[in-house]
Design a protein around this ligand. Structure first.
Ligand SMILES: Nc1ncnc2c1ncn2[C@@H]1O[C@H](COP(=O)(O)OP(=O)(O)OP(=O)(O)O)[C@@H](O)[C@H]1O
Ligand SMILES: [Mg+2]
Length: 510
């Protein structure tokens, strides 16, 4: 009989009105990378939270390293040798990077915290992860979401663990950081450490995982060797029907319409030392992509365009008129919308309903003489729940009860119901499952069809290639090139990203 590192058998977990897990089992071998797969709301995060004792289980048995396991607190989980990166990063923004890596288990000399050693080790770990430039003593909140995610990973692997659980570790990382993470995973594997890997990115699962357990609607579909699966088969098992339609989606070929108008025109935007002379324009009905590695300046560009940061030099015109935006409020007034990559920053109100979270930005428009029309509010909410396939028991369900991917959809809907003229989307499908990705991509294409101008930032190249009419490539805060529809290919994007500033002279365009 094979001995597993982790055996979870017959696990059941019910929330009021929802059976999140029903008779689910999970067996993890020593030293394997095991994918936990399923659509948004399938029960993946819940299964992990049952494992780590965040939710008590209603049924089932857990054995870890051959002992019964029913932890009641984080310390016990860590002691047993389980280290977890949760889907919602649970770091402390105002503490330093170093403190975040070691909090709760700082190296000590004679009972005193030895910050010198902590700092040195933090530097070593981050250097191994290709992040030698991060200021380990500076506050974490100064770092990008991607770096924060790497810090969470650094924390997880610096714990002496037998099992590392990663719930969507790569959702905000770009190709290069993902490769770094995969190297780290290989090293863990060599030390016979097991990894549970949750991701909606199928390529990654096929690249790094040995086996997969698939859940659907809180039930176990089965356990498979990755070698026995194809992408099509995996997705079909996840969604419970043939997946050809989901995976076979074609790129929406843009029809170079004549009646397009320039919605936004930015010329030579520079800010501090991080954004240098970026020019970009976006027409109505057009989807313009922004590609680039972590730190290439994608998010900063979005923030400048949305008035969240002011450029030092350069100008922005909206609808042909010079626009001086001092804050996002100005941008919104001018018809811009911005769905940021960071859910927390977007202002997600966990205790409020799906409907209130979704419609908060349009409440003034739904009110007459100060009286809010609940019916109009309900209608809007229901229509986006349907359109975007949001898995919820209804508009009144508290936001915190939705799975991560479904929360993301609600936030996107919040902006869409404002009918913006230009929508800036920073990682719009982050954390969303394959089916949902296709739905959101369709929705974006539809919006463009209605004349909305769209600026889309994504670290998933395939997504940009599928959706965009044009793609601007950034590197080190500069625009190193722009690809027209017929030039768009993974190879071209990679070339531009890789050569960065060297190839700047070779590319034409504004
Ligand atoms: N605290 C909670 N209260 C009520 N229902 C919950 C709670 N947490 C999760 N659920 C429900 O349990 C189900 C499983 O959610 P879970 O978060 O485990 O999904 P997931 O597979 O991690 O999805 P995603 O890929 O979107 O992160 C969903 O229907 C969700 O709405
Ligand atoms: Mg989840």
């Amino acid at each position: 009989m094979e001995h597993y590192l982790l055996e979870m058998k017959g696990i059941g977990k019910t929330f009021p009105g929802v059976v999140a897990l029903d008779d689910v089992s999970l067996f993890i071998r020593y030293g394997e990378v095991h994918a936990l797969m399923g659509e948004n709301g399938a029960g993946k995060s819940t299964l992990i939270k049952v494992l780590t004792g965040i939710y008590p289980r209603d049924a089932g048995e857990i054995r870890f390293d051959r002992n019964g396991f029913s932890p009641t607190g984080a310390a016990q989980v860590q002691q047993a040798g389980i280290s977890t990166i949760y889907q919602e990063l649970n770091l402390i923004p105002h503490l330093s990077v170093c403190e975040n890596i070691f909090i709760g288990r700082e190296p000590k000399t004679r009972g005193l915290i030895d910050w010198k050693t902590a700092e040195k080790r933090a530097k070593e770990i981050l250097t191994d992860m290709g992040l030698q430039e991060v200021d380990v003593l500076g506050p974490l909140r100064k770092q990008s979401v991607a770096t924060q995610q790497m810090v969470a990973i650094a924390r997880a692997i610096s714990i002496d663990a037998k099992l590392v659980v990663m719930d969507e570790p790569t959702s905000s990382l770009s190709e290069k950081e993902v490769q770094t993470l995969f190297r780290v995973i290989e090293t863990l594997k060599e030390q016979n450490i097991s990894i549970i890997f949750i991701s909606h990115k199928l390529d990654e699962v096929f690249e790094i995982c040995d086996r997969a357990t698939i859940l659907r609607d809180g039930r176990l579909v089965g356990q498979y060797s990755i070698g026995d699966l194809t992408k099509l088969k995996l997705v079909s098992l996840m969604i419970g029907r043939d997946a050809t339609s989901v995976l076979g989606k074609n790129k929406s070929v843009s029809t170079g319409r004549e009646d397009r108008q320039v919605v936004l025109k930015a010329t030579n935007l520079s800010r501090a030392r991080r954004t240098t002379e970026i020019s970009i324009d976006i027409n109505s009905g057009e989807i313009v992509g922004v590609a680039g590695l972590l730190g290439s300046g994608r998010t900063e560009l979005a923030r400048i365009l949305f008035g969240d940061e002011m450029q030092d030099r350069g100008r922005i015109e909206i609808g042909g008129k010079s626009a001086r935006m001092k804050s996002p409020r100005d941008a919104i007034r001018l018809g811009l919308g911005f769905c940021s990559e960071d859910r927390k920053e977007e202002g997600l109100f966990p205790n409020m309903s799906v409907m209130d979270n979704m419609t908060m930005a349009v409440l003034p428009e739904l009110s007459k003489a100060g009286v809010l029309s609940r019916r109009a509010q309900l209608e809007i909410a229901q229509s986006y729940i349907d359109k975007m396939g949001i898995a919820t028991s209804g508009p009144n369900q508290p936001m915190k009860e939705l799975s991560g991917g479904n929360q993301q959809k609600v936030l996107l809907a919040r902006w869409l119901c404002k009918n913006p003229m230009l929508m800036i989307l920073d990682e719009p499908t982050r954390g969303i499952d394959v089916g949902g990705k296709a739905e959101i991509e369709n929705l974006i294409t539809e919006l463009a069809g209605d004349g909305v101008a769209i600026l889309m930032i994504s670290s998933e190249m395939e997504e940009l290639i599928r959706s965009c009419d044009r793609i601007a490539v950034l590197s080190e805060g500069r625009k190193v090139g722009e690809l027209a529809a017929k030039e768009i290919s993974e190879e071209h994007i990679m070339q531009l990203m890789a050569h960065g500033s060297d190839s700047r002279e070779d590319v034409h365009g504004p």
